[in-house]
Design a protein around this ligand. Structure first.
Ligand SMILES: [Zn+2]
Length: 308
């Protein structure tokens, strides 16, 4: 076990202990969260976390062939075996940012790909179907600075969400500014960026959780209201099949494989032990469910059937 491996595992486990002992954060004074407007859109999935209104917002899909150069996992035979029960040989990764309303804030966690990477840029339509205008977003929380999470921050060279503070970990902001593929984004978003350290309380209900390994400052978000709790996974786990059933596989998209594997194992263990409700930004829409132990490993159990 490397030092980084131990550190990541220790941070997750200490988060577990702290979370278990914490009393719920006090709520800010303000009006109750507005009700989510009913919608017929299959790209919008409203749900609640205690007193908070949450909405899964579909942005697009990635479909990868299980071959070198597309799949981030080198063991194509192992991936094929894991995928066989799904009846589909391709690796499907959905993209669904998460909206949280409450505490007098309208929070968007990640912003989708903004139409890059061959995706459909459905987030603006999904947001409108949820009854939210871009100017109403008060806070954007970024899990990490990859294109399918920050691509939607800017539209036609301007801020997509002009009134929102853009929050991410200090380590991630440093890494993002050094990313040669995303240089056009930086001057546009810089005036709105505010950084935080792991463990920061970003709203009375949302805490930043360091989920090390995928990128230098990769961050999950733990959302708590009353007795309800949801962990936003970011890209600690990409696939609801491969990342869950083969967590020890090296993922070539991870910045630090040892730390990423330790993080996955810690999340799966905690998730199964606590029946923790989790949100996979790349899991089948709407990305809600829990991990369960099965034989000597884990499986993902969706909270609702996937929608077409
Ligand atoms: Zn991603």
């Amino acid at each position: 076990m490397t030092t980084q491996f131990k550190l990541a595992a220790a941070l997750i486990l200490s988060g577990l202990i702290v979370a278990g002992c914490q009393k719920p954060a006090e709520k800010a004074e303000g009006p109750a969260a507005p009700a989510v407007q009913p919608t017929a859109s299959t790209d919008v999935y409203p749900f609640t976390i205690g007193e908070l209104q949450a909405v899964a917002l579909k942005d697009g899909d990635l479909a990868l062939d299980n071959v070198t150069g597309q799949s981030p996992w080198a063991d194509n035979a192992g991936v094929a075996e894991a995928l066989r029960p799904t009846g589909d040989a391709k690796i499907h990764l959905s993209i669904q940012p998460l909206l949280i309303r409450g505490d007098d804030k309208v929070v968007l966690i990640d912003t989708g790909a903004g139409g890059q990477m061959g995706t459909a840029n459905r987030l603006p339509t999904s947001l409108a179907a949820a009854g939210v205008q871009p100017g109403q977003i008060t806070d954007i929380l970024i899990s990490h600075g990859h294109g399918d999470h920050v691509g939607g921050l800017v539209s036609n060279g301007a801020l997509t969400y002009p009134n929102a503070t853009i929050r991410m970990s200090a380590a991630e902001w440093t890494a993002l500014q050094a990313d040669a593929e995303l240089t056009a984004l930086i001057p546009v978003i810089t005036p709105k960026v505010e950084t935080f350290e792991p463990g920061a309380e970003l709203t009375p209900s949302i805490t930043a959780v360091s989920l090390q390994g995928h990128t230098p400052g990769h961050t999950g978000y733990e959302i708590v209201s009353g007795q309800d709790r949801l962990l936003y996974l970011g890209d600690a786990l990409h696939s609801s099949v491969i990342s869950v059933e083969r967590p020890e596989y090296v993922n070539q998209w991870d910045f630090d494989s040892d730390a990423a594997i330790a993080t996955r194992l810690a999340i799966l263990g905690r998730g199964a032990t606590q029946s923790l409700r989790t949100y996979g930004v790349h899991f089948p829409f709407p990305g809600l469910g829990t991990f369960r132990r099965q034989e000597d490993g884990f499986v993902w159990v969706q909270e609702t059937p996937a929608q077409p």
